[in-house]
Design a protein around this ligand. Structure first.
Ligand code: GDP
Length: 525
């Protein structure tokens, strides 16, 4: 039976998995797909371990499994919910795209390697989620291996990320002695390796102890887990759905993605608390309701050259409200221009199923011949509003760039302008000489820039690395004197003509602040 629009929209759960490379994102994604029936067995796709969750991995999954996978969005149904997982690549694929993807989700799952704890990339991505105030669910992975003590991990989580936590379950032993998890939320114990004649789930009695006879009861691991749980009950945070929804409290799950332990319990509990598509603010500070009759969305990512034979780009749209239909006409208010989305549109979720519907919460891909920009709003009918601008992220890596052939200077500037507008890279220039400096959050952005300048604008560029810098904008620009700048504190302008200091490192920045305490520096995201 066809669901109505309300049911369709409220069944959507759109999230991203954030983690440091190797924490197990690929592995858990596969298990989730398996539970969603999207793949037949939950074996490991990645034979040759590349250590990153690259576009090619998703393509590889598609090739091998014949399932609906695209380079950026995975979709499956589970327990009446339609789940959209957005890819946030780690590793050398790290770029502003990764951050921006977090603008398009309603929740995040944070994967943590139990032996490594909270790692740098996780911290960066976490900050973006925190800024958005979206709920964050934590999965502490690899319990089948010896890792840090669970209490220590919880403490680290709270201290490093400054978020409060609530342990939904608690490991009983770990590594070779991993017996299972004490599930505080579902009030049961889930056995890691049940015997053939044994139930996987054992009940907990009113005292919080195993309600049935079991050899586990005699182990020190069980006793330790009971003790820890008692401590959590007494001294830990309370479970609080409101605070979870606001991103103030993260529910923590322990498990092992590789051995598929605790993943299904996690998925079910996650879907219970993960939010349905959320309203979004416009530039006029009004909320757009997902169930509004107007189809609206915003572009959070543009991917070039998905098909090397064409020069197509795909603009990824997060649908904020209403329903998308093939052939509909949409407006991009920035351009005051209409676009008919006939053959130009493709469902990235599953283009083989023409009946597929896209509603608020879903992601669609629009073929783009160079019209769209990151952050653009697309809307149907006579509506006219724009969603809040996407934030700019503080770049960490910089290069000086120019055209190898000075005769190509016009093409060079045109290409840069377009790629900067598209959000592929950030643009800066030196004050008087107007040399072009590019900034990025990941090395990959420079490589993509170089490639696209060659492929799309026929310009060979020369890039001279400046390494990493600490970029800071200035509140009181009028007080800045050029004499304050130097080798270790370059003064440049961004694309909006705002002055920016590029410090050699944190030390140089502190030195500057000591010397010029009246200059108020600030950080973008
Ligand atoms: P990603 O980089 O975050 O996508 O991480 P992967 O899913 O590729 O996992 C990185 C490595 O950790 C792979 O060798 C996985 O087999 C392994 N791994 C993932 N989950 C687990 C787990 O629960 N236990 C163990 N022992 N290894 C795991």
């Amino acid at each position: 039976m066809q669901k109505n629009k309300h049911d369709e929209i409220t069944s959507r759960r759109t999230f991203a998995i954030i983690s440091h490379p190797d924490a197990g994102k690929t592995t858990i994604t596969e298990k989730l797909l398996y539970f969603g029936g999207a793949i037949r067995d939950a074996g490991t796709v990645k034979g040759k371990k590349s250590g990153k969750f690259a576009t090619s991995d998703w393509m590889e999954i598609e090739k091998q499994r014949g399932i609906s996978v695209t380079s950026s969005v995975l979709q499956f149904d589970y327990a009446g919910k339609r789940v959209n997982i957005l890819d946030t690549p780690g590793h050398e694929d790290f770029s502003e795209d990764t951050y921006r993807t977090l603008m398009a989700v309603d929740a995040a799952v944070m994967m943590v390697d139990s032996a490594k704890g909270i790692e740098p990339q996780t911290i960066k991505l976490f900050k973006v989620c925190k800024m958005r105030g979206i709920p964050i669910f934590t999965f502490i992975n690899k319990m089948d291996r010896q890792g840090k003590e669970p209490l220590e991990l919880m403490e680290e989580l709270e201290e490093v990320l400054e978020i409060q936590s609530y342990a939904m379950n608690w490991p009983i032993g770990m590594g070779k002695e991993f017996l299972g998890i004490y599930d505080r939320f579902n009030k049961r114990i889930e056995l890691a390796r049940p015997n053939a004649d044994e139930d996987r789930f054992l009940p907990i009695d009113g005292e919080g102890e195993l309600a049935v006879e079991h050899s586990m009861k005699e182990t020190s691991y069980y006793k330790q887990a009971l003790e820890d749980v008692m401590l959590l009950n007494e001294a830990g945070n309370d479970f609080d759905e409101d605070r979870i929804a606001k991103g103030e409290l993260t529910p923590v799950f322990f498990g092992s993605a590789l051995t598929n332990f605790g993943v299904q319990t996690f998925l079910e509990t996650f879907l219970q608390f993960a939010p349905e598509p959320q309203p979004r603010l416009t530039k006029d500070a009004e909320y757009v309701d997902p169930e509004s009759d107007v189809f609206s969305g915003f572009i959070f990512k543009i991917q070039a050259n998905m098909n090397p034979a064409h020069r197509d780009r795909i603009a990824f749209v997060r649908i904020v409200s209403g329903e998308f239909e093939r052939g509909m006409t949409v407006t991009v208010p920035r351009l005051s221009k209409n676009f008919k989305l006939t053959q130009t549109t493709q469902f990235l979720a599953d283009d083989r199923e023409t009946v597929n519907q896209a509603v608020a919460g879903d992601i669609i891909g629009l073929y783009d011949t160079g019209n769209y920009q990151i952050g653009d709003t697309v809307i149907s009918g006579k509506a006219n509003f724009q969603f809040e601008a996407l934030p700019q992220f503080t770049p960490e890596l910089f290069v000086r760039v120019n055209a190898k052939n000075v005769m190509k200077s016009k093409q060079f500037h045109k290409g840069i302008l377009q790629l900067v507008q598209e959000g592929a890279i950030q643009y800066y220039k030196t004050l008087h000489t107007e040399e072009v400096i590019l900034g990025a959050v990941g090395q990959l952005q420079f490589e993509v820039f170089e490639h696209r300048m060659r492929a799309e604008y026929h310009v060979e560029v020369q890039m001279e690395t400046m390494g990493s810098k600490v970029a800071r904008w200035i509140e009181n620009e009028e007080d800045v004197k050029e004499s304050m700048a130097g080798q270790r504190a370059l003064l440049v302008k961004d694309r909006y003509e705002r002055k920016v200091f590029l410090f050699e490192n944190n030390f140089a920045m502190r030195w500057f602040q000591d010397k010029f305490p009246d200059i108020k520096l600030y950080n973008q995201l």
